[in-house]
Design a protein around this ligand. Structure first.
Ligand code: MLT
Length: 305
């Protein structure tokens, strides 16, 4: 099992739970070895690897699957998912099931489980940022993901797309000033060593699926496949509780133990929201049509207006 993040975050907690469950449920017939911290390659590389059957399992951020299966972009359009409850509704319902089929078709990988990591907040090493205008002069790293690149462009800056596995070093060496990821990930990756400020925006809720090579899955007996799916569902439930139990104390520790400063976005985040959501129509084709977004919003009790 490849994992993009270091130990100590939501990816590892969910991956470890899955490994433990599958070991127990198969009486030790399936054992999972875990390779955190991008040891098996960048998150995007592991999607290609799993599609080719070279990597069995990988836990990675959903935004790093979008380039291979664009319809999952509906989960990463800015300000669609605004909290953990929204995230649960979209991943554990009909929309999630459809996306699982799409990633098998497009990328040869099957989503077995979801880790819930919380809102992607914005960190930087230079100055307090409360409004999009404050981003001026900063170089921000983003994943190689068109939706995220477009969001920052609306906020007035050209972000630098870069693999996750290179991000800590780039922050440390000052190649980039900032990045966005959830509190739990910022803590697990020790970004507090190289970042001082966090802006508490919630433009994307970070979902981190466990994917399995579909060819590997198909090589298992039907009983074993069912066991794998069951372990995945249980690991998803575990991850949801893990987020609710740990996020607040980690947020506090970033401030109290690691000296980070948390800045609330100006005007209830309204400028951030207005600018970023203006990109939605540009991505209708890639997510499979405007009706996909409408369906997602409807599931969340909202509509396109
Ligand atoms: C990214 O920023 O590339 C990912 O969200 C990192 C992660 O998997 O935690």
């Amino acid at each position: 099992m490849a994992l993009g993040d270091a130990q100590g975050g939501t990816q590892y907690a969910m991956g470890e739970k899955f490994a433990q469950l599958i070991h127990e449920k198969t009486d030790g017939q399936i054992n999972v070895d875990m390779f955190p911290n991008g040891q098996l390659g960048s998150e995007q590389d592991t999607v290609t690897g799993a599609g080719m059957g070279l990597v069995d399992l990988s836990v990675l951020a959903i935004n790093n699957i979008t380039p291979f299966s664009p319809s999952v972009g509906v989960l990463t359009l800015p300000y669609v998912i605004t909290d953990s409850e929204d995230a649960k509704i979209l991943t554990q319902g009909e929309i999630g099931d459809q996306l699982i089929e799409n990633t098998i078709r497009d990328a040869g990988v099957r989503i077995l489980s979801w880790a819930y990591s919380g809102c992607r907040v914005l960190s930087n090493s230079s100055k307090p940022v409360a409004s999009p205008d404050d981003l001026s002069g900063l170089t921000i790293r983003v994943p190689r993901n068109e939706i995220m690149i477009a969001s920052y462009q609306e906020w007035g800056v050209n972000p630098l797309p870069m693999a996750w596995s290179e991000t800590f070093t780039a922050l440390q060496q000052g190649v980039v000033d900032g990045q966005d990821n959830p509190y739990i990930t910022i803590n697990a990756m020790k970004f507090y060593e190289v970042q001082d400020y966090i802006t508490d925006i919630c433009y994307i809720f970070s979902l981190e699926p466990l994917i399995m090579s579909e060819s590997k899955f198909q090589s298992l007996s039907p009983e074993m496949q069912e066991t794998v799916l069951e372990a995945g569902r249980e690991a998803t439930a575990y991850s949801y509780d893990y987020l609710l139990e740990s996020e607040e104390s980690i947020r506090q520790a970033l401030v109290e133990e690691h000296g980070m400063q948390i800045i609330e976005p100006d005007n209830d985040e309204s400028e951030w929201i207005e600018l970023a959501t203006s990109i939605w129509p540009r991505f209708y084709d890639s997510i499979g049509g405007e009706e996909r977004l409408e369906a997602a919003l409807q599931a969340l009790g909202r509509d396109l207006d």
